[in-house]
Design a protein. Structure first.
Length: 327
């Protein structure tokens, strides 16, 4: 009898642990969250997103990064969408977000959703869905988006500046940044692969070219030929010149990892992937076409993981009527 009670107690404790893990990982999100309240949601979002991407495919990278920039600050709560007010500088105003584009896409998708399902779908969920659809529409990977997030009501520029991973981070700083929001080292190297699409600006690389350690030097990890190329494109203080992230910035592929392996990663944070055994191994595994499928699969998994960061569910937060303003 005593043994039976002991085993029952152990079972109940294990069950409690599993429940806690489920809550901490899933956090109340469900791919079928709007099945009854807005059953046509995914079609509406994809159709509205496609109208923009078909005309301007270059919007896909910033829409993907918008989701990333949202989730790393206060969790995936749509706070990156809020406008500044007379008394508060919102996340949009932070330097890392000043080059974000595509807010008009989110507004248009929200408007289309509101016409069919008023007051039901959060802006945070729309950001997550649009990021997936934008990537898929340019023939990138697809994944099931967990839904049920609610919108936050706070957005502070200084938090974005302090919490977003910086292109100037080394591998130790990057790992700490991702770990702070519950993401793994593998998530770090996989999500870095999102740099396979889109462009950046000289402001993100100039320190590597002209003042790497504060002594007017260059980053020794850069391939010399690539360094010379970047110096021809960027001049000290240049904040406007556009740079490609890899050799095929319009195509979602594994070329990013080839670029990094050749010491031609644009950012210090890209080059840092060669400074850790786990991240370097992943880079090396994706140097041939055979690695495309595994990268696509991994990217979907890591995007789901990222989409769970600090979400507001249940009665927390709100469902904004307009994404740029609290109700």
């Amino acid at each position: 009898m005593a043994l039976s009670k002991f085993l029952s107690l152990i079972f109940l404790q294990l069950l409690c642990v599993l429940c806690v893990l489920k809550l901490s990982n899933g956090q109340g999100l469900d791919v079928n969250f709007y099945e009854k309240t807005c059953p046509s949601l995914e079609y509406i979002v994809k159709d509205a997103t496609a109208k923009f991407i078909s005309r301007t495919p270059s919007l896909a990278p910033p829409l993907l990064r918008m989701h990333f920039h949202d989730c790393f600050v206060r969790g995936c709560d749509g706070s990156v969408l809020l406008n500044s007010t007379s008394s508060n500088q919102a996340e949009k105003a932070a330097i890392p977000n000043q080059f974000l584009k595509g807010f008009q896409v989110i507004d248009a998708v929200k408007s289309a959703v509101e016409k069919k399902c008023p007051g039901v779908v959060s802006c945070a969920d729309i950001v997550a869905l649009v990021a997936r659809d934008a990537v898929t529409l340019i023939k990138g990977p697809s994944w099931q988006v967990e839904l049920g997030r609610r919108d936050g009501t706070v957005s502070i520029a200084s938090e974005a500046l302090n919490k977003l991973p910086s292109p100037f981070m080394n591998i130790t700083q990057l790992k700490a940044s991702f770990q702070s929001v519950g993401l793994s080292v593998k998530d770090l190297v996989v999500l870095s692969g999102g740099h396979t699409i889109g462009i950046s600006h000289c402001i993100g690389v100039n320190p590597r070219l002209f003042n790497f350690t504060g002594k007017g030097d260059t980053d020794p990890s850069l391939d010399p030929k690539y360094l010379a190329q970047l110096k021809r494109q960027c001049k000290p203080g240049d904040v406007t010149t556009i740079l490609q992230m890899d050799r095929s910035p319009k195509k979602f592929d594994i070329d990013y990892y080839t670029t990094v392996s050749q010491r031609r990663g644009l950012f210090q944070s890209d080059a840092a992937l060669l400074d850790d055994t786990e991240t370097k191994t992943y880079v090396q595994q994706h140097l041939s076409h055979a690695g495309s499928k595994s990268f696509f699969d991994d990217f979907g998994v890591s995007m789901v993981n990222m989409g769970r960061i600090g979400v507001l569910t249940g009665k927390n937060g709100e469902i904004r009527k307009q994404c740029a303003f609290v109700n």
